[in-house]
Design a protein around this ligand. Structure first.
Ligand code: SAH
Ligand code: SF4
Ligand code: F3S
Length: 456
């Protein structure tokens, strides 16, 4: 009799790097003979890939582990694993049987640089052996491993790992260790394989992608090489740090039609004094000049950003400076957070002196302003014709597709005869702050007068 394959269920929290790492881990387990399942009830191995960036990210994972406890009570055989950034930060807590009870149920704890050990440690856990592997590495890039990609047309590719920036609020340098890059040839080879499989979009990932380096090649060289593999593949990247955004990279983005004209460029605070306290290594003027240059070189560029409200010592005036950056630049989108003190980071020793209600009020003001700007910017798209890559069914209707513009704006439109992976020309007829709605055309087809009249 053939033994039934064991099934693995993996839930992912945090940034895209974690999504990409989860694909690596599933690739390793799959090769080892495990099946992957989306149903936690039928799983023999239940894992979470975790994030430590803010307190509430960790709380969510603790909550989830609490729920896994019920599963384990029902079936003590299952193996529970904690992967990712929390494994680095909280290994002691996670093994402490008293700490919220999760110590009793966690069998394996594996940090971001030790994923090669996942199959071995999970195999040992079947025999009751608990396992921890949380060492950080200066060299591990998983260059030779094949991730398990189940999503059809869009691929994440981690090109560099770690971060050397040490912004004072941030845990990432502690949870992911020092910067290191994959080789350009291995990345280009991966894109060639993805092209042969019919992929239509790749996103190059790193906490600080512009620090990418392989000998004499920098990130702009990598972007160029990737863009040249297949002109029908869209190339995106995230995240870039304002300090390392080179002219060469801006020009490279401008000069390749298949490099998306979209840049995520976190500014965090509009106040140079706060930026200094954050150790962001640039000031407000540098950031504004940089954005001007980007807009000049890439006229249709779409921009998004990250903002932290209520960093220690932030005054009302600092906060107003953040709002004024939003008004001046008019980002297409933003991720906005309340400052969350993280143990062991340099800012943790500063007094968290902005009261919770002030942080909440400030972040709400930022969110409201950005929402209004996003709506205005989306309304500017009315009547415009854009090219969309069809990514999947709309969440709200099985009769519609969703896809994104080159500038990363989500567009929903009737399915027609189009399929996932098609590039479709769409005229925008309706907009809210998060989504555009459109009508599709075939290439070369004239846009009907009544459609344009409807949006005028
Ligand atoms: N490497 C990226 C950011 C990674 S973390 C960069 O430097 O741009 C994603 C975002 O989370 C950050 O840009 C920041 O806005 C937010 N963040 C990180 N640490 C935080 C903290 N302690 N409190 C609140 N927000 C935080
Ligand atoms: Fe964190 Fe700063 Fe590194 Fe981004 S650049 S990951 S915010 S330390
Ligand atoms: Fe979170 Fe780690 Fe990413 S802390 S944001 S999962 S690098």
């Amino acid at each position: 009799m053939i033994a039934q394959k064991k099934k693995v269920y993996l839930e992912t929290y945090g940034c895209q790097m974690n999504v990409s790492d989860s694909e690596l881990v599933l690739g390793l387990l799959n090769k080892e003979g495990y099946d992957i399942t989306n149903s936690i009830e039928e799983a023999d191995v239940v894992m979470v890939n975790t994030c430590s960036v803010r307190e509430n990210a960790e709380q969510r994972v603790y909550g989830r582990l609490g729920e896994f406890k019920a599963l384990k009570n029902k079936n003590p055989e299952i193996v529970v694993g904690v992967l990712g950034c929390m494994a680095e930060r909280l290994r002691d807590k996670l093994t402490d049987e008293k700490a919220k009870g999760v110590g009793q149920i966690v069998d394996v704890i594996i940090g971001p640089d030790e994923y090669r050990k996942v199959p071995e440690l999970v195999n040992k856990a079947w025999h009751g052996e608990k396992g921890i592997a949380v060492r950080l590495s200066r060299v591990e890039t998983y260059d030779d491993l094949e991730p398990l990609r189940t999503e059809g047309i869009s691929a994440w590719i981690t090109v560099m790992r770690g971060c050397d920036k040490f912004c004072t609020f941030c845990v990432v340098p502690f949870t992911r260790g020092r910067e290191r890059s994959r080789t350009l040839t291995s990345i280009v080879h991966e894109v060639e394989l993805l092209s042969a499989r019919g992929f239509k979009e790749v996103t190059l990932l790193g906490q600080n992608v512009n620090s990418y380096r392989d000998g004499e090649y920098d990130f702009a060289d990598l972007m160029r090489s990737v863009a040249e593999v297949d002109s029908s593949i869209r190339v995106r990247f995230t995240t870039s740090h304002p300090q390392d955004m080179s002219d060469k990279l801006i020009k490279t983005i401008a000069s390749y039609p298949n490099i998306c004209k979209f840049i995520h460029l976190p500014f965090q605070s509009g106040s140079s004094r706060v930026l200094e306290a954050m150790n962001r290594t640039y000031d407000r003027e540098h950031y504004m000049r940089l954005v001007k240059k980007i807009k000049r070189t890439i006229p249709d560029v779409c921009l998004s950003t990250d903002i932290i409200a209520g960093f220690p010592t932030e005054t009302e005036d600092d906060h107003r400076q953040t709002l004024s950056v939003l008004n001046e630049i008019r980002f297409d989108g933003a991720f906005m957070f309340k400052y969350s003190p993280r143990e062991h980071t340099p800012a943790f020793t500063m007094v968290d002196d902005v009261p919770e209600e002030v942080k909440s009020r400030r972040v709400t003001e930022i969110v409201e302003l950005q929402k209004a700007i996003s709506l205005e910017k989306n309304r500017e798209m009315l009547g415009k014709t854009v090219e969309i890559l069809v990514e999947g069914e709309s969440k709200k209707s099985s009769l519609e597709w969703h896809g994104r513009t080159d500038g990363n704006k989500m567009v929903v439109f009737p399915k027609g005869d189009f399929s996932i992976g098609d590039y479709v020309t769409v005229t925008i007829v309706r907009a809210n702050s998060a989504t555009l709605f459109g009508e599709a055309h075939s290439y070369g087809e004239e846009i009907p007068e009544e459609l344009l009249a409807a949006v005028a």
